[in-house]
Design a protein around this ligand. Structure first.
Ligand SMILES: Nc1ncnc2c1ncn2[C@@H]1O[C@H](COP(=O)(O)OP(=O)(O)O)[C@@H](O)[C@H]1O
Ligand SMILES: [Mg+2]
Length: 212
């Protein structure tokens, strides 16, 4: 049953290096300064089980695409039941670094899994819990990759090792999904400050529903 008092669920999406981890604390602080209780979290992760799955997911090479998909939803089920849903029910806002849009982009676009299968898992695992706002940080693949290279040097995870074609497919799916209501496409190629101005604009109507 849909709870009556409910916080908002905001997700931050986009490929590697677009700035999700950089901007997550900024958004949390911006909301807290407006008196909102914020739960900041990430996927895969957010619970001990889901963080364990994250470790496997990022490190085990040669994993079938279907294993990726099921591991992500195994982690998501735990995250939803233990963290996201209880927070929303008590009226807190949840700000999450990646969610199901990433599964459509990476396992659907990147790996070629049928999106109907992802949609079926989404319905079964999430039920009525979907993001109120998806902030898609978008930049050309080369910009994101350049930032990741500058951030981590030679140490890259299993996904960051994929080729440009993989990340172009990921970006295409993200851009297509961002045409739906509730999504905001943010140009992430500018400076940190420029991106933060766009993020604040993209959240204004959630704080003050009278704003367009
Ligand atoms: N707008 C920006 N301009 C320049 N560098 C940025 C910008 N946003 C993030 N970075 C840097 O790029 C790297 C990747 O950012 P990060 O937030 O980790 O990306 P993501 O979490 O989306 O993979 C970090 O070193 C970060 O400091
Ligand atoms: Mg990150």
């Amino acid at each position: 049953m849909m709870p009556t008092a409910r916080g908002r669920f905001i997700t931050l999406e986009g490929a590697e290096g677009v700035g999700k981890s950089t901007h997550l604390p900024f958004i949390s602080e911006w909301l807290r300064a407006r008196g909102i209780e914020v739960v900041q979290t990430r996927e895969p992760g957010g619970t001990p089980l889901a963080e364990g799955i994250r470790g496997l997911f990022l490190s085990c090479g040669g994993m079938p695409a279907e294993s990726e998909l099921l591991l992500l939803f195994a982690a998501r089920a735990s995250h939803l039941r233990e963290v996201i849903e209880p927070a929303l029910v008590r009226g807190a806002w949840v700000i999450c670094d990646r969610f199901t849009d990433a599964t459509y982009a990476y396992q659907g676009g990147g790996r070629g899994i049928d999106s109907a299968w992802i949609a079926d898992l989404e319905r079964r695992i999430q039920g009525h819990i979907n993001p109120d706002r998806v902030l898609l940080l978008d930049a050309p693949v080369a910009i994101g990759r350049g930032r990741v290279a500058a951030r981590r040097g030679a140490a890259v995870d299993r996904i960051e090792e994929e080729d440009d074609g993989f990340f172009e497919r990921v970006r295409d799916v993200y851009l297509a999904r961002a045409r739906q209501p509730g999504y905001r496409l943010i140009d992430a190629s500018g400076s940190v400050e420029a991106v933060q101005r766009l993020l604040v604009e993209a959240l204004g109507d959630l704080i003050d529903p009278c704003r367009p």
